[in-house]
Write a protein that binds this ligand. Structure first.
Ligand SMILES: [Fe+2]
Length: 233
């Protein structure tokens, strides 16, 4: 199982403040069946340049690897970033360095305000301009918080992929819509967006059960297979 969106690196953002909590989260992810986890720490262009972010990320990853040691099985980690959209992102060459390790996906988080066509068009342009496949982060959060269920259609009119959070599949009010969207290939990635072991804990296994209960198991596996095909050795 692949967790496409997770905040598990120690001290990088509002995720775990230390390596002890990172290990607990990795342990719990593994227990739920996660084999591969994408470490998508927040990147804010108005606070930090990509180079500084990458240095910090490398240091956090080294700390985590040392703590993981070699004995215990943990999910494999791919390093990435969750980039808050900013006007001009498609011409910011240095953003190229923030695509997910070994796969060409660029995870972009729009700001929590009504989405303009200009913003969506620019996110789409990132694809060609930065040689990547742009992915909108946790679309379900925006649908819920902006109370706008047209967002998926607006994204899918463009060459942009969609990531949804595991919680979309877990809420009674949205689970049916979530699984239907997965079956219709309107969701391309699922992530826990886990930050800790309390309010935002790893929950990919729970989401998988909810998907299986609604007959979406094959669609889930097909999604994972598609991601794996992109993985470079
Ligand atoms: Fe996130």
């Amino acid at each position: 199982m692949i967790d496409f969106h997770a905040h598990i690196l120690p001290g990088m953002d509002d995720g775990p403040d230390g390596v002890k909590l990172s290990l607990k989260m990795l342990d719990e992810s593994r227990r739920q069946g996660v084999d591969l986890i994408c470490a998508t720490s927040h990147f804010y262009a108005d606070e930090e340049d990509p180079e500084t972010f990458l240095d910090r990320r490398a240091a956090a990853y080294r700390t985590l690897c040392r703590a993981m040691g070699t004995g215990r099985p943990y999910p494999r980690i791919l390093l990435g970033a969750e980039i808050l959209y900013f006007p001009g992102i498609s011409v910011a060459e240095e953003v190229k360095a923030l695509v997910l390790e070994r796969v060409p996906f660029l995870l972009v988080e729009p700001p929590m305000m009504p989405w303009s066509d200009t913003m969506l068009d620019e996110i789409e342009q990132c694809g060609e301009a930065l040689s990547c496949l742009p992915v909108i982060a946790h679309i379900d959060r925006f649908m819920r918080m902006l109370d706008d269920y047209t967002l998926m259609d607006r994204v899918l009119e463009r060459d942009i992929l969609i990531q949804a959070n595991a919680s979309f599949f877990l809420h009674r009010d949205t689970a049916d819509l979530a699984v239907e969207s997965l079956k219709k290939d309107r969701i391309h990635f699922i992530g826990s967006d886990c930050h800790n072991m309390d309010s935002r804990r790893p929950n990919m296994g729970d989401a998988f059960e909810a998907i299986r209960d609604r007959g979406g198991e094959d669609a889930f596996y097909a999604m994972n297979d598609r991601i794996c095909r992109y993985l470079k050795p």
